[in-house]
Design a protein around this ligand. Sequence first.
Ligand code: FAD
Length: 537
Amino acid sequence: MLRLSGLSLPLDHPPEAIPAAICARLGIPREELRGWTLFKRGNDARRRTAIQLVYTFDVDLANEAAVLTRFAGDKDVRPTPDMTYRPPVTAPAGWTGKRPVVIGAGPCGLFAGLILAQMGFRPLILDRGKVVRQRTKDTWGLWRRSELNADSNVQFGEGGAGTFSDGKLYCRVKDPRFLGRKVLKEFVKAGAPDDILWEAHPHIGTFRLVTMVESLRATIEELGGEYRWQTRVDDIALDADRNLRGLHLHDGGFIETDQVVLAVGHSARPTFEMLHTRGVHVEAKPFAIGVRIEHPQAWIDRARFGNCAKHPDLGPAAYSLVHHASNGRSVYSFCMCPGGRVVAATSEEGRVVTNGMSQYSRAEFNANSGMVVAIDPARDYPGGPLAGIALQRRFEDLAYVAGGSNYNAPVQRVGDLLAARPSTAIGEVVPSYKPGVTPTDLSHCLPPFVIEAFREALPVFGRRIANYDHPDAIMTGVETRTSSPVRITRGADLQSLNTPGLFPAGEGAGYAGGILSAAIDGIKVAEAVAHAIVAAR
Ligand code: FAD
């Protein structure tokens, strides 16, 4: 098979345009083309009046070798790579060693657990939260009744932080072994729509993620893996040489183990503090803070797709924006959710944090996106490895107070923010955040350099997407959990730099940013754990 990328055809092209375009691009007669399968489809909407669908096909040719020779050096015409996942190690027959433990049942922990189970290592998976159905009820408790459960919420519990999300499944990590493909295929087996295999920007949406993590759980258990819910790891046990020997649980229990995948996510603040106290190498890392911004989805569709808005092959429009402000700060859009809602995403009492989610249909009225400013330890929180957490907490506390000290979030109209006056009412754009919002002045809960950078960026963004800086567009604060504020640094063997047996993984450890990259990292770390177990025999 030969992989042909970058083949553009206009929207609404007839099906027979595909073989014709493949033959024209490869300069072959129709009879040499034996078949084709779709590998990826995206769109190019840079010219709204001539939107193109952009395809990658795997094509079966009568004379493939000759075509490949003719197109040598053309990056869009290559042999189709072998994308099959092959585990590098499997458990020795009759293996009865100490089970590896995975802390965290988010995408990273789930894929570490799945791969370890598929290799025959019967992992034990611990999570401080609850199974996904019970967790859903607790999460709604905050959204509907302003009641937070600090162990079971948007951040904590089965499926991890991305369960109540837009379920976007793409990332920019280098992936020469096609581990992302393995993740997507496992998701499809677990119930995801199979368009995630060929959409250039696939997403799943919240409801489907819930049933998928249940299905993944069943697979892991069938393979000998085991889960323990409401099981928070509060401490690690080390021997005299700092080798990891076990885990202390919140209920006084102890689990003996020599290999631990630490996949605790970016909100596991007490766990980061415990690791730092135990001398595990932790360093501060850059992240970003800001707000969620909302506009009616129809405004974004029209701005991006013009008269083709609502075309079934395009779906609700997304966007990606960046502006380098004159105060030296970069403002960018983050985790954009077309047709979704802004959600309350705190995991700590007395704090307000925003994020976004959507359903598979992306049919809700508003588009939302993080609008954030990059910050870094040298400039913004120089006080040590955990100083980024202190900074997050400071602004989340301020947002709680500005929202009314009842988990309502502070909001401001864009027109008011630009005019440097507090909002006192909502305009045309109705905020979707639940349990509720308080119109106010967001400069009470964000640093001045962030507000300054927003004032410069918004009109710039408004020139790229009409109405982006509409006075009634609404900003909800604060978005502080954009990525982990720490890195739990690991070496080439993927173990902690100074604590052998501890395998920091996923977003919390600073090695992923999003569902897909966290899952890919889970696979890599599971393989490293398997190598370590086999080497230790
Ligand atoms: P997490 O998913 O955070 O999982 C960590 C798990 O560890 C949690 O279940 C937690 O309960 C558990 N844990 C923590 N501490 C302990 C402890 N001491 N003991 C036991 N268990 C513990 N990403 C995308 O790619 N696309 C999106 O559309 C998207 N939307 C998002 C929407 C929302 C509302 C949120 C909050 C996040 C979203 N993200 C999205 C980000 C994505 O969810 C994360 O990048 C991803 O979940 C990280 O995976 P992880 O496995 O590393 O950690």
